[in-house]
Design a binder for this molecule. Structure first.
Ligand code: HT7
Ligand code: ZN
Length: 850
């Protein structure tokens, strides 16, 4: 295996002044002519162009003449033209290749989806289209012409010419090849216009398949809100005359920020109350924003190399999180983000796949589009902002855009603008980018009653991660507040800056011993450990002024009870009481109450146990969680039933935060009541719901009561021809299956004719659904592991990216008992031994079993 190393970076030896492409589209034999205006950067070297096996070279010319064949060589990955065949001056390279989009099941490069031609070039897909320096630091303006009988022909930039069978596009902004895009298909648009604040009129289009137009309106609204927000908050305007979004059904990830032509997984564009849930709407709004924000953070300023991926992704996630906070409830958004971070990134950081936000080695870059690069990358920026303050952050960002516009930048460049704008030395802070692992932060209190003085003693330590044994201390911003025993806040939020392995902070002039509210707003991505009794947790849940810390107190109460319960002992009384009081507090935001009423998931309980050094037992965890949920329901049956009734939203569906919050609380109440009403409420709701949010919640409840068959059939009858709804239909069945049956349910569903496994959404629905059924995936007989391994091997032959991503279902295997470990290792071993395994999947499984 050939690894790439950050330390090996060197600039490309040629400057690319312009790229011209001409496409003659045909499903199985597309011709691509490329004309590259190149010049040697310094001394003349061999010209090495990326280009895979799928490119059939038709012709090659330098300044109009074919080079001596002895000077041209090719292997599976590159085409090399010897320096001897090149002029030591500007020259034009012309190539023509033939490719087969119809055979492209990996969905990288140019491929077909539902009869439409479309592209995906990040990270290294462009090399499957033509020979090219396919690296992000080689940037050029593009001129693209397309010949095709498809009615809609799109590429990046502004349209130059359009007539039947032909279109030409020009993108004046120099860009790397990964931002190239082309779409040709039978599409219809919903259109609008946006006037930027400096007066540029921009045509906006959301392109979908005919018949889907009535589900594209929310995406357009979200786009307009994003454009306005980026002007208002970051002072960033759009820079072309058109902005196109296209929805495609076959797509490896969520969406792609190609310059002026964003391509989206249709599940992140299409929404109607009948087909999409509140969560889908919120996600669509966030991802539309995310891809739009990339226009500045990613496109105008891109990455020097793929090791710098978090430069664009961490920042753009941070920006989309800010956007959602502004559009919806900021506290609820923060809690949701922390939940995701812990569920995905902490999990990654504690297992064999741990890596820093800026890795320094990879074999397959597609394996590094991870929660660490994205979500932890965003957390690191949140910490920077907390440390330098809002003004410092704004000055640094202005400087970043001024200094690096049009460039391919690095994490060093990013930190330097903060240093220059604020005068801070960020040498130690940089460890957040270079070091993997989640620091464990302990806090102990020392109270001197006579002096009225409280001392907080902190320690930090990070466990070794693969390839990194030594973990020097990091800068940790710790936001704390103090609350007096009567519930008043005696010290509003203050940020303590921890820089040492052990450090203490004192607070004087305190009348009575306060309760410490620590790590408010989750001010740093660390695991906080402190000795706290349940009564103090309940006190914080009732009185903390920081919504995150309040929620966290409830979560800690729940987790401490669940840990004990899963070990067969009694616990949870304080939790049941405290949650009852919170649920009855009509002054609290319904969305916040919904979050507090939702018990931590089984995976989260397993993580807590293993953090405490205990081997998690998935079956015991399942039982414990079920039992506690039932106790909550029994203890507060009337209150929950009242909430279920009162939170019903009258009138037509709107995806806005306020009605969505009411529905969330209603569904949280239903989920608990479902344990004691035999599923009766769910059945009524399924039959009457006027929206997908409540319909799906009801279906999931019915399946958990073992009475979902009629509802499944009804849903299939009604939505059988809607791929996105059917994805939900597949996944809910596996997620809600009793653990002992989950693999069998997955098997049964996989045999269905409509299990179109090559479609990434459908594959994810089934395999991801099984992985989300914690006790089902980790069934002691290994059926979950075997089912998953079999399908990963099958998928790897068609689409290595998807197989590799889904293999992360296994990433926690080392923490389980010996029987499960043997079975998981056996399944991974089988994958590793597969003949012809892709680089993607091989790298993942070798890291997991190393
Ligand atoms: N920048 C994009 C990341 C990406 C991707 C998207 C779709 C298909 C394959 C992909 N590989 C990498 C999406 C984003 O983060 O905005
Ligand atoms: Zn992104």
């Amino acid at each position: 295996p050939i690894a790439r190393h950050l330390a090996d970076y060197r600039p490309y030896p040629f400057v690319l002044n312009e790229t011209r492409l001409e496409f003659q589209l045909a499903p199985s034999a597309t011709r691509v002519r490329a004309e590259l205006a190149l010049r040697p950067r310094a001394g003349l070297e061999d010209l090495v162009l990326d280009g895979g096996k799928g490119l059939r070279l038709i012709s090659l010319a330098i300044d109009g003449a074919a080079p001596d064949p002895a000077h041209v060589s090719r292997d599976d990955e590159v085409l090399t033209i010897a320096a001897a065949a090149l002029p030591d001056a500007p020259f034009t390279l012309r190539t023509e290749v033939e490719i087969d989009p119809s055979a492209n099941t990996a969905f990288e490069g140019l491929y077909m989806s539902g009869g439409m031609f479309c592209t995906q070039c990040e990270a290294e897909g462009f090399r499957h289209i033509t020979f090219y320096p396919d690296r992000p630091d080689v940037m050029a303006p593009f001129r693209v012409s397309i010949h095709s009988d498809k009615p809609v022909l799109l590429s990046n930039g502004n349209p130059v010419a359009q007539r039947e069978g032909f279109a030409e596009w020009h993108d004046p902004w120099p860009k790397p090849s990964y931002l190239f895009a082309l779409v040709a298909g039978d599409l219809v648009a919903i259109s609008d216009r946006f006037a930027t604040r400096s007066g540029r009129e921009v045509d906006l289009n959301v392109w979908v398949r005919p018949g889907d137009q009535d589900r594209a309106g929310f995406a357009m609204e979200s786009l307009i809100k994003s454009m306005r927000w980026d002007e208002d908050v970051y002072g960033r305007e759009y820079d072309l005359d058109v902005f196109n979004i296209v929805a495609v059904d076959d797509f490896n990830m969520g969406a792609m920020e190609n310059k002026g032509l964003n391509i989206f997984n249709s599940k992140l564009v299409l929404a109607s109350p009948e087909t999409a849930t509140d969560a889908d709407y919120e996600r669509i709004e966030a991802v539309i924003a995310h891809e739009y924000f990339h226009n500045w953070t990613g496109n105008r300023i891109t990455c020097r190399d793929w090791f710098q991926l978090c430069l664009k992704e961490g920042l753009t996630v941070f920006r989309d999180q800010q956007f959602t906070s502004d559009m919806r409830s900021a506290p609820v958004k923060r809690i949701e983000d922390v939940r995701t971070l812990r569920a995905r990134q902490f999990r990654e950081d504690q297992g064999p796949l741990a890596h820093p936000p800026r890795p320094d080695r990879y074999e397959e870059i597609n394996n590094f589009y991870t929660a660490t690069v994205y979500e932890k990358g965003a957390e690191v920026i949140g910490m920077l902002k907390r440390l330098v303050g809002d003004d410092g952050y704004a000055r640094a960002l202005d400087l970043y855009f001024d200094r690096h516009d049009g460039e391919a930048a690095t994490i060093e460049d990013w930190l330097k603008v903060f240093e220059d704008a604020t005068g801070r030395d960020l040498a130690q802070f940089k460890r957040w980018y270079t070091d993997a692992g989640t620091p464990r932060l302990t806090m102990a209190e020392d109270w001197d009653a006579e002096a009225g003085r409280l001392r907080l003693d902190f320690t930090q330590a990070t466990a070794p991660t693969p390839g990194q044994d030594d973990k020097p201390p990091r800068v940790i911003p710790i936001a704390i507040g103090l609350i007096s025993p009567n519930g008043d806040e005696v010290l509003p939020t203050q940020v303590l800056e921890m820089t040492e392995a052990r450090q203490s902070f004192g607070f004087d002039s305190l009348g009575a011993r306060p309760v410490v509210s620590a790590l408010r707003g989750f001010s740093a991505p660390v695991m906080l450990e402190r000795l706290l009794d349940d009564a103090t947790r309940a006190f914080l849940l009732a009185h903390d002024t920081d919504p995150f810390a309040r929620w966290e107190a409830g979560r800690d109460l729940a987790l401490s009870a669940l840990v004990v319960l899963s070990q067969g002992r009694e616990a949870g009384a304080d939790y049941v009481d405290a949650i009852g009081r919170l649920a009855a507090d009509d002054g609290a935001d319904p969305a916040f109450r919904a979050l507090c009423l939702t018990l931590p998931g089984e995976e989260e309980i397993a993580t807590r146990l293993s953090e405490q050094g205990t081997t998690p037992d998935p079956d015991a965890i399942h039982e414990a969680r079920d039992g506690l949920a039932r106790r909550l329901a029994e203890a507060h049956a009337d209150l929950l039933a009242g909430l279920f009734e009162r939170m019903a939203v009258a009138g037509p569906y709107a995806p806005d935060a306020e009605p969505a919050a009411r529905r969330a609380l209603r569904i949280a109440a239903l989920g608990l009541l479902n344990r004691i009403d035999g599923g009766d409420r769910a059945e009524v709701l399924f039959g009457t719901a006027g929206n997908m949010t409540e319909r799906m919640a009801a279906l999931s409840c019915l399946l958990r009561r073992g009475r979902g068959q009629a509802a499944l059939q009804a849903m299939h009858d009604r939505f059988g021809d809607n791929r996105l709804v059917m994805d939900k239909w597949f996944s809910v069945q596996v997620m809600a299956a009793p653990p002992a049956e989950a693999a069998a349910v997955a098997h049964r569903l996989a045999r269905r004719g409509d299990f179109d496994w090559k479609n990434p959404n459908r594959f994810r629905a089934l395999l991801g659904g099984l992985a989300a059924n914690h006790a089902g995936f980790h069934a002691a007989d290994g059926a979950g592991y075997d089912f998953t391994a079999d399908w990963l091997m099958k998928m790897d032959k068609a689409n290595p990216q998807i197989a590799a991503r889904m293999s992360t279902a296994f990433e926690t295997w080392p923490r389980y008992d010996a029987t499960r470990r043997d079975r998981a290792r056996g399944a991974l071993g089988r994958i590793a031994a597969m003949a012809g395994i892709s680089r993607n999947l091989r790298e993942m499984v070798t890291r997991m079993i190393a």
